[in-house]
Design a protein around this ligand. Structure first.
Ligand code: FAD
Length: 515
């Protein structure tokens, strides 16, 4: 009889049981399955010098979302007779160590296309190979495999959404659930230091968080599946979904699904999401179409994953062949005013508070603040804004975040740089009463609605009555939008013109020419 294998299921993203091919393979013919998650201090350790609670790289809201997702995964595994094995340390040293300690025959983990993950996984695969361990690393974070799409396109990433959609067919359906009983790890864990329970934020060293207003969005597969079904319950809403038509200031009941954090951590499979949307379409008479439909949103995700995979230095201006070279300002004062919600433009500041406190904001609010920081008003480097989003978003995603910042700064994909969102009229159009601003900026809660988006224009008597003196209780605007956006357009126009002229120069020389 063939000896049954011991497999190590290494969870990273893909924090779910459903549609998880790596987990299915780990269970197949196994005597023992070791489900492991490595708690890496590089991502999780508190950094007291960071501008808001969290580690250097990750805001506290996303850390909490991760811990909740791990707790949920552990509970689900326990319901199948197994458990999650949590270990503190760096995966690059821990995983190879576990392979020998537990005499693992097969290492299973979901394929990850992010550059840092590619590097890490290549090393792990090499070490596993040297230890004689088989590796199974299937694609299940995305609907399609980016290298396959690029190969279909003659070796180049498609750079327009339409050309991407023409290349890809229907994505594969989700796979079956894992067996109701998952073979547990062996009773003797051979002296490996396993963390007994999923740590709390306090266990990780986060104290004094009482004053924090935490995100209302809770992590985990259970919550993801519930949110998916709740989001898709209204057939008419799903069939008529059109972005960018939703209201970015709706925060009690957001205008979109808020499934992005669950997709980011893989608490929800994108294939399941896609398949369930198709089920709903089948019930309706007709439905909206990509790029604006809900299906179309999932395809945007795929588009950016493919572009990110196929573009060298996708996360940078210099050395990125699709990125326009623009002489942005390296101005930390402007950047921190934007990041800390002190621009004096209430719509922008309210959105930035929502980002810090909730780790999520509507797509159009992201548009507004990204445009404001870059080509709209402040002319600050898009990479700096990207870093702020990267740290604070609970859905922070390397490919999607970089792709959208390239877009919003009119550095790639989108070139109508003169189309600028007004920090005054854009929010007002959706929310003339200013409910969103009042909620996230309580200092303005008593400001009459005619001044809520331009409080500096309120007469001093009105400011006194509203208990908000501009310049004292709330900042004056950092820039005059009318002047700033004109200057920005001129600079963008000059950079675009020069870009055409110097297009043949090597990129560093292009940057030098523009400065
Ligand atoms: P829905 O409208 O319900 O869409 C469903 C899913 O489709 C989303 O969960 C997401 O996975 C995908 N999707 C929707 N819009 C986009 C888009 N424009 N590009 C790619 N995928 C999309 N999204 C992230 O998930 N992570 C990020 O780090 C991120 N950074 C962004 C930065 C900027 C500057 C901008 C303008 C947008 C960014 N987005 C990012 C895209 C988008 O804003 C969010 O995906 C969306 O708002 C999430 O809300 P939702 O789940 O309710 O979306």
């Amino acid at each position: 009889m063939e000896k049954k294998k011991r497999s190590l299921m290494w969870f990273r993203k893909g924090l779910r049981l459903h549609d998880n091919p790596a987990l299915l393979q780990a269970c197949e013919g196994a005597r023992n399955v070791y489900p492991v998650f490595v708690l890496d201090p590089w991502f999780l350790a508190p950094d007291p010098s960071a501008p808001s609670p969290g580690s250097r790289l990750v805001g506290v809201n996303r850390i909490r979302f991760l811990l909740e997702s791990l707790q949920d995964l552990d509970t689900s595994l326990r319901n199948c007779g197994s458990r999650l094995l949590l270990i503190h340390g760096s995966p690059i040293s821990i995983i190879p160590h576990l392979l020998t300690k537990w005499q693992i025959d097969e290492l299973c983990f979901e394929h990850d296309t992010e550059p840092y993950a590619q590097e890490r996984d290549a090393q792990i695969k090499k070490l596993a190979g040297m230890a004689g361990v088989d590796v199974y690393s299937p694609v299940s974070h995305t609907l399609y495999n980016p290298p396959d799409v690029i190969a279909k396109n003659g070796g180049k990433a498609p750079l327009t959404y339409q050309s991407f959609c023409r290349l890809v067919g229907k994505p594969p359906p989700p796979l079956n659930d894992p067996p109701a009983k998952i073979p547990g790890p062996a009773a003797d864990l051979n002296n490996v230091d396993i963390t007994a329970v999923v740590p709390s934020l306090e266990d990780l060293g986060y104290t004094d968080l009482n004053e924090q207003e935490f995100t209302p969005h809770r992590g985990g597969e259970t919550e993801a599946l519930k949110r998916l079904e709740d989001s898709l319950a209204d057939t008419k809403w799903v069939c008529e979904f059109e972005k960018p038509k939703g209201n970015p200031t709706a925060f009690i009941k957001p205008a979109t699904t808020v499934l992005s954090p669950y997709l980011k951590f893989g608490c929800l499979s994108s294939r399941l999401f896609y398949a369930r949307v198709q089920d709903v379409y089948a019930k309706g008479k007709k439905n909206s179409k990509p790029p604006v439909s809900l299906e179309g949103q999932l395809l945007w995700r795929e588009f950016f994953y493919t572009a990110g995979y196929g573009t060298p230095n996708f996360d940078r201006m210099v050395g990125n062949p699709i990125c326009k070279q623009i002489p942005w300002k390296d101005d930390d004062k402007l950047l921190s005013a934007w990041r800390d919600a002190r621009t004096g433009h209430p719509w922008i500041d309210a959105a930035m508070v929502q980002l810090r406190k909730w780790g999520w904001m509507h797509h159009l609010a992201r548009h507004a603040v990204a445009c404001y920081l870059t080509r709209g008003d402040l002319f600050v480097y898009w990479e700096k804004g990207r870093d702020v989003f990267d740290r604070l978003l609970i859905d922070s995603d390397w490919a999607i975040n970089n792709g959208n910042w390239l877009w919003l700064s009119a550095s790639a994909f989108f070139s109508q740089y003169h189309r600028i969102y007004s920090p005054i009229t854009f929010g007002k159009k959706y929310d003339p009463e200013g409910h969103y601003v009042r909620h996230f900026l309580p200092v303005l809660k008593d400001m009459p609605k005619q001044y809520i988006y331009e409080p500096w224009s309120a007469p001093i008597e009105v400011q006194k009555k509203a208990k908000c003196i501009i310049g004292v209780d709330y900042p004056r605007p950092l820039v005059d939008h009318t002047v700033a956006n004109k200057e920005c357009r001129e600079r963008m126009g000059a950079a675009y013109a020069l870009h055409k002229e110097v297009g043949g120069l090597p990129q560093q020389e292009q940057v030098d020419a523009l400065h």
